[in-house]
Ligand binder design. Structure first.
Ligand code: UDP
Length: 239
């Protein structure tokens, strides 16, 4: 597969075409951003760490029967993925209260959420990714009722797989955001799964081990991502 022109540069990743229109190269850069891009920083090794972290998680999910766009790792900071027609909707599951949920509802950070909650947000930087619901998504054509049902089913299925995976490695999966797209008329998990898009706490001490370290200036951002990965059994020097 030959890498061709850059198609799109996001805040932390770039997408390149290949000589096959069905496949893209996803490049994980060292750029980190938070608060709608207001806070940015280059963090050494981040591209490599998130690329290999994402590959590990996507492979676990695929093995558990979740269809994903991930094909294979191409280099330290690049992976080959299926070209999906992305839906502009972010799906968030929460097992423990944190982040915007606490701000919005005034609930205490750390409160266990049983059953885990499910929220939808519109992917729109200019509008600061507003919270939406299935009715709005359907009416405005962001996703069909069938797509929404499948996205919800898959997002909860991911929770079943990953909650246990992190728990077995001494960590709590607090919350996470997923994005989906379509290929061959099928809904598939797209984008990435890395400590940039989820919250992970140490099981015993509840130390934050995700992008909140960057958002809240807690330090050792990438060192902590690497610790999460090592606990899961990822070798970041494998490539
Ligand atoms: N999240 C994300 N991208 C976004 C918004 C949220 O990856 O544009 C992730 C975030 O890292 C967290 C989860 O989704 O793991 C829930 O985020 P929340 O709604 O609490 O918003 P935040 O506090 O991150 O602004």
């Amino acid at each position: 597969m030959e890498k061709r022109a850059e198609l799109y540069a996001g805040k932390a990743k770039s997408v390149f075409r290949t000589d096959d229109p069905d496949y893209f190269v996803l490049m994980f850069r060292d750029d980190t951003s938070a608060f709608d891009g207001q806070k940015t920083q280059q963090l050494e090794r981040k591209g490599r760490v998130n690329n290999l972290f994402n590959a590990f998680i996507m492979e676990k999910l695929a093995a558990a029967g979740v269809p994903t766009h991930f094909e294979k790792v191409l280099s330290a900071n690049e992976s080959l993925v299926r070209n999906l027609e992305m839906l502009p909707v972010e799906c968030v599951v929460r097992n423990i209260a944190a982040g915007s949920l606490c701000k919005r509802l005034g609930v205490t950070e750390g409160q266990e959420l049983q059953p885990p909650t499910y929220e939808l947000f519109l992917k729109n930087d200019a509008l600061h990714d507003p919270m939406i619901n299935e009715s709005l998504a359907e009416t405005f054509g962001w996703a069909s009722a069938e797509d929404l049902a499948e996205m919800k089913r898959l997002t909860y299925e991911v929770n079943g797989v990953l909650k246990q995976l992190f728990l077995d490695a001494g960590m709590l999966l607090v919350d996470y955001k997923l994005e989906f797209g379509q290929a061959d008329g099928k809904i598939m998990l797209g984008d990435e799964f890395s400590p940039d898009g989820c919250r992970i706490w140490d099981r015993e001490t509840r130390r934050k081990m995700d992008k909140d370290r960057f958002r809240q200036d807690l330090g050792d951002v990438i060192e902590t991502y690497e610790e999460v990965g090592r606990r899961l059994g990822i070798d970041f020097d494998a490539i």
